[in-house]
Unconditional design. Structure first.
Ligand SMILES: *[C@@H]1O[C@H](CO)[C@@H](O)[C@H](O)[C@H]1NC(C)=O
Ligand SMILES: *[C@@H]1O[C@H](CO)[C@@H](O)[C@H](O)[C@H]1NC(C)=O
Ligand SMILES: *[C@@H]1O[C@H](CO)[C@@H](O)[C@H](O)[C@H]1NC(C)=O
Length: 191
């Protein structure tokens, strides 16, 4: 208890010490210097693994309705990104976030993704891009035949202020456990 009081007290002292500098509203608008836009293309595979002892994706909230399948189920994910189509190929990052399953028909897949795709190796180690997009409705049985476009809405590190898009296609899907792998071609415009 005493320790806690000391910690709280010293944290407050710190806040008081830096308080005035940050306590003032500040605003400035200027014309930025011209910037040169760069374009980066990324190719990798994303694995949404719901099965097994170490799933990367877990349903965290289900609507209280019956006979609706996964409709409006919220799934949290920390899914691996690899260089090759196999889950066991070299890992280069992860996609963290959530998606909402929006297909009412159990033979269809559609969702809205809110996710951050981060890289942990190579040139873009520490950088990430943000994906916020609808994954339009596709027939599950024919998902591998369709290329889907997803929107990139920002980024961190090398991808700060990125805009762009991802083209993706299902390369593996299990009807039994819901596991899926997707190939991604991402085009990013950044500075
Ligand atoms: C789920 O819905 C049923 C039927 O509408 C209701 O009786 C039940 O209380 C609900 N459960 C929760 C946890 O909201
Ligand atoms: C990526 O960056 C982290 C943090 O800077 C560093 O610890 C790690 O070794 C880097 N990984 C590779 C493969 O370069
Ligand atoms: C990604 O790009 C490669 C090389 O151009 C192409 O072979 C592949 O079909 C593309 N995949 C998707 C999902 O766009």
């Amino acid at each position: 208890m005493e320790k806690l009081i000391i910690i709280v007290a010293s944290a407050m002292t710190f806040l008081l010490a830096i308080g005035p500098a940050y306590g003032q509203y500040y605003s400035e608008t200027v014309t930025p210097p011209p910037r040169r836009e760069k374009m980066t293309r990324l190719h990798f595979f994303f694995h949404d693994i719901l099965s097994g002892k170490n799933p990367g994706a877990v349903p965290i909230a289900l609507p209280n309705i019956t006979n609706a399948g996964l409709f409006l189920t919220l799934i949290a994910m920390d899914d691996p990104l690899t260089i090759g189509p196999e889950l066991t190929s070299t890992n280069i990052g992860n996609a963290q976030g959530i998606y909402v399953w929006t297909a009412r028909d159990p033979t269809m897949f559609s969702a809205v993704f809110y996710a951050d795709f981060a890289f942990t190796s190579g040139r873009f180690n520490g950088s990430s891009f943000g994906l916020f997009s609808r994954y339009p409705e596709t027939e599950i049985a024919r998902a591998s035949e369709q290329v889907i476009e997803l929107a990139v809405v920002g980024g961190r590190g090398a991808f700060r202020m990125a805009t762009g898009y991802a083209l993706t296609r299902v390369t593996y899907a299990s009807a039994e456990n819901g596991d899926a792998s997707l190939e991604f071609n991402v085009t990013l415009y950044h500075y």
